[in-house]
Design a protein around this ligand. Structure first.
Ligand code: PEP
Length: 250
């Protein structure tokens, strides 16, 4: 399958079940004739509720994280088996809030990536540099390391279930967006890294989303870039009015 636009909403730690059901229902209605691929990722507590709403629609159900083990004595963690049971199709891993607030390192993220892929999930692997890393000229070094280590031991076959989200940390939730040209340069670089690891064909096929203060006003310019295949949206995914114009960009 060739590349398509893939717009995902990360609801982070927002919404009660009632609010989540209401937003999901409203998105199902608004996006039923949408031309792109869609995903919403509610909190664990809302997954069952939202699963029932998006079942048999064009919106995939995502989780925002998973445990690195299938089951066992891991208080407070949620397993891939439990996510599968709820109808989750996709797991977002390595989000910058997991990396920087909860100190998840590349090795832990890689363990989760492999476990999720083994259980048939699609994985959205988030990568991206901190502001000080950008200012120190380390954008490529950081993105290459996070991509290579995040995918260590992932087969070429399994890679077809991986999406990469480039999210410069300084652009997340700050209102600052990378310019389309800056984002494009990193996306092209990451595609090259995938080419080196998995070959040209895999590089051409892999979906690379951009994330970081995407809104209706900048979505179309970002998506117009050759190597930007969609968006991972935080703040603007929390309301129909702000998410739908991004999801229906043309
Ligand atoms: C995110 O959390 O992945 C994100 C990109 O957030 P925001 O759109 O709010 O910057």
């Amino acid at each position: 399958m060739s590349r398509y636009y893939y717009i995902a909403g990360n609801w982070k730690m927002h919404k009660t079940r009632e609010q989540a059901a209401e937003l999901a229902q409203s998105l199902v209605t608004a996006l039923k004739d949408g031309k792109h691929e869609y995903l919403i990722a509610p909190s664990f507590t809302c997954l069952e509720t939202v699963s029932a709403v998006v079942q048999d629609t064009n919106i995939r159900l995502g989780a925002q994280n998973c445990a690195p083990e299938e089951e066992g004595a891991h208080t407070g963690e949620v397993s891939v088996l439990q996510l599968k049971d709820l109808g989750v199709q996709t797991i977002i891993l390595g989000h910058s809030e997991r990396r920087h607030i909860y100190k998840e390192d590349d090795a832990l993220i890689n363990k989760k990536v492999k476990l999720a892929l083994k259980h048939g999930f699609e994985v959205i692997l988030c990568i991206g540099e901190l502001l000080e890393e950008r200012e120190a000229g380390k954008v490529e070094e950081v993105c290459e390391r996070q991509t290579v280590k995040g995918l260590e031991g992932v087969s070429a076959d399994a890679l077809s279930n991986v999406v990469i989200a480039y999210e410069p940390v300084w652009a997340i939730g700050t209102g600052k967006t990378a310019t389309p040209q800056d984002a494009e340069a990193v996306h092209a670089f990451v595609r090259k890294v995938i080419g080196r690891l998995y070959g040209e064909d895999a590089a051409k096929k892999i979906i690379i989303q951009y994330g970081g203060s995407v809104k209706a006003e900048n979505a179309a310019q970002l998506m117009a870039m050759e190597n930007i295949d969609g968006a991972l949206v935080g703040g603007a995914s929390l309301k129909t009015d702000t998410f739908v114009p991004i999801a229906k960009f043309s």
